[in-house]
Structures are given as C-alpha cells and as structure tokens.
Ligand binder design. Structure first.
Ligand code: PMP
Length: 415
C-alpha cells in the first residue's frame, strides 16, 4: 500500500480551503483532481516543445510527435491492449461511444437487429444507442438491475439472440458503484456473434483493467477521471473490428492519398483522428498513467475498498439516510449514492459545501436509473479516489448530521 498523506502532497488543490475550511473533495466520479506531475507535463509541452504532430520535419514537431505517440503506447500498456494501434484519442467517453455508434453502429445494425444495454447506463452509453436503434429500425433491450443493485443476468440467454449486434455495458455504475460481470457478459455476447462495448469511464481510473482478458471489442474512458486533463479520452478498438470500420470525421491527418475525386484512409488509429489532435492533453494523460502505474492499480483499488467499507459503516449510523448500491464490496467501487426523504439532495449539497465538502446531487446523467429504478427524483453522491481518507469520510458524516439537525429543526418548526 501507499502512504495517503504523502500522496496528498502531490495534489496542490487538496491544500485549498473552501468557505474558510479545508476542502474535502468527494466528487471524484464527476472528475478527479490532478497531481503536480500532470500539470507539469502540460506546461512542459507548451513551454518547451509545442508543435503540430505527424507532419513536421523540425525538432519540435518530432519531439511533440514522439511524446504524443509515447502517450498512446502508455495507454495501451495500461489496459493491456495488444498495441498502440488499438488506441484512438478522442475528447472523452461520450465521444468514444458516439464514434462507435456513428461508424460501426450505423453501418452494421440493421432493421430487426438488437442492441442490448443495461438499466445502469450513463446517458452517454444509452442515448447514442437509442439513436442508432431508431434510425436503423433496431430494438434496444435492457439487462435489468437486481434488487441488490447488481445486474440480473438470469435471462441473458433470452436477451442475447442471434439478432443481437451489440452489447454496450458499463463496467462500473457511476450512481451505484456496481462493478458488472463484463467478462461473462462479453463471452455470452460473442457466443451469439454480437460485439461488446464497455463503458469503462468509472472502472479504468479505479481498478486494474485488461482488455485482452475481458476480450471486449470496444472500450471507452475519459482522461479527466483518472488524474488526467479534461478534453482527452480513449477509445480502444479490437484490430479486426477497426480495420473494417469507416472513419468518423473526415479531413486532414486521417487520409493517405487524396485526389479531387476521392481519398484513401490512413492506417488505424490515425484513420479515426481527423485534424490536429489534443496533443498537450494526451501527453499529460500519459503522465497521469505514469502516476497511477507507480502507485499500482491493485493498491488504488484496495485503498478504495477499505475507504468504502468505512464509509458504509459510518452511513449505517444514520438511520434517516438511505444508501443505494451493492453491500458486497467485491462488486462495488468507491461510490455512495444516498437519499434522505424530506431533504432535497441539492440542499444536502449546499450545506455540505459550506463545510468544505464537495459532493454531487442530481440524476448523475442516469435519469432512467434514478427515477424509474431507484424511484427517487435525485440522489446525493459521495465518490472517492486514491487520495481520500477516513478523516474526510468523518467530515462528511458530521456534515450529514448537521444537515439532519438543521432540516429536522426546520421541519419540526413547520409542524
Ligand atoms: N459513463 C460513465 C459511467 C460515467 O460516469 C461518465 C461520466 N460521468 C461518462 C460515461 C461520460 O464521461 P464524459 O463526460 O467524460 O464523456
């Protein structure tokens, strides 16, 4: 294990105060904070070797190209992709999934076909598939959530018919923390000839992920949730699939030969990276991966399991608070969504903010799950990362006790 107190010194923002008290940042499922090494990698690029990549013959262009391609290789090693050619840089998870929807999806999903997602999907892994299904005349089916907040895979064999072209599933729910059995679902999907896309926005930052072991065809994740900058994300594509796919955006960089009449495509992955890419942020994502690799993803996961166990124990002390998510920590990440009847999650968020505690309140871009399955208008959500501590969980729980006193008093005065 690593020393959390030492780790925290690497994150300048964790030293700041909010409303005169120390910041307790528990909104990591939305975005993570950045270590100095990442911020430094970004400014190094702009201060020392800013240049466009892949076409320049000068020193700066060569240095920038080498650093950009080295970042791609780091991403590939991090998720055990066969090679850097499997890694496409995009803006974020949302863009990665849309790239698949608008290229592979539109071309391969036919009328009467089936796309399968889960009831736990973030809007970014639901809305693009609603679109493909509507435009191409396919049906969209759901793997249901079980009572214990895991996936109910008991009727998977009926859901996965030979008409199923794609199974698009989250590996970790951003609302419940549920870690889903993606390897088993992938194997079942492949048996009927369907491809599999994994939304790894919440898993890759928090646990070891091996695309070859999972055997998925596509994987999407965002740099900003794993210590990297905003504006850079990753789409992994299995080689046999990417060779067959059309490009998404067309223009410079992604072409090999262009005549006035026609064009041929550059090799994968450049075929999918039209125009000047986000060079600086990709390089800084490489620095984030170095940081995570040095810590060890097993250690990150272990730290978060321990912290979540502690948080769940402390939450259990609060009778008025309902929490959502699996009680089995082997299938749960560091996310605690909670609800207090009578007190709106936004009010909880505001009171906590006054105490320096940053949490999120709302539907967390999973409106159908929150409204139609959890049956609440919104939840409050605390989400942990590698730098959070038990002392911070205590500040959260003290804050929730204050919320209860404050709104409890207000309610009794009204009565
Ligand atoms: N999927 C999941 C599970 C997420 O948690 C998020 C971010 N909240 C996304 C997709 C979308 O990520 P981004 O906004 O970076 O595209």
């Amino acid at each position: 294990m690593y020393d959390v107190a030492e780790i925290r010194k690497d994150f300048p923002i964790l030293e700041r105060q909010v409303h005169g008290v120390p910041l307790v940042y528990l909104d990591n499922a939305a975005t993570s904070q950045k270590p100095r090494a990442v911020i430094q990698a970004l400014s190094d690029y702009y201060e020392r070797y800013n240049a466009n990549v892949h076409r320049g013959a000068h020193t700066l262009a060569i240095e920038a190209t080498d650093a950009y391609e080295e970042a791609r290789a780091k991403v590939a090693r991090f998720i055990n992709a066969p090679g850097p050619e499997n890694i496409v840089f995009v803006r974020n998870t949302t863009e990665a999934i849309n790239l698949v929807a608008y290229t592979w999806g539109v071309a391969n999903v036919k009328a009467g076909d089936r796309i399968v997602v889960t009831e736990m999907e973030h809007h970014s892994n639901l809305v693009p598939w609603q679109h493909v299904a509507r435009v191409n005349g396919a049906e969209l089916k759901l793997i249901a959530m079980a009572k214990d907040y895991t996936l109910d895979t008991s009727d998977l064999d009926e859901l996965l018919t030979p008409a199923t072209r794609l199974v698009a599933i989250t590996q970790m729910s951003n609302v419940l923390g549920t870690i889903t059995p993606v390897a088993d679902i992938t194997a079942a999907a492949h048996r009927v000839g369907a491809l599999v896309l994994i939304d790894a926005a919440q898993s890759v930052p928090h646990m070891p992920v091996d695309v070859q072991a999972l055997d998925c065809d596509f994987m999407a994740f965002s740099g900003h949730k794993m210590l990297g900058p905003t504006g850079i994300g990753v789409l992994y594509i299995r080689s046999e699939v990417s060779e067959q796919m059309d490009p998404f955006l067309r223009g410079g960089e992604m072409v090999l030969e262009v005549t006035y009449e026609d064009a041929s495509w550059n090799e994968v992955p450049l075929k999918f990276e039209a125009g000047t890419p986000n060079i600086g942020d990709a390089i800084a994502l490489g620095a984030a991966i170095d940081y995570l690799t040095a810590l060890g993803m097993d250690n990150v996961r272990e730290h978060e399991v321990a912290l979540t166990r502690y948080a769940m124990e402390r939450f259990a002390e609060l009778e008025e608070v309902t929490t959502f998510g699996p009680s089995d920590l082997s299938v749960r990440g560091g996310v605690v969504s909670f609800y207090m009847s009578e007190i709106h999650p936004h009010d909880i968020g505001q009171v906590l903010d006054q105490l320096g505690v940053a949490i999120r309140a709302g539907h967390h871009c999973a409106m159908p799950l929150v409204r139609s399955r959890l049956m609440v208008p919104a939840t409050a959500r605390a989400s942990f990362y590698l730098y959070n501590t038990e002392a911070e969980v205590d500040v959260l729980i003290d804050g929730l006790n204050q919320v209860l006193r404050y709104f409890g008093d207000a309610a009794s005065k009204r009565a």
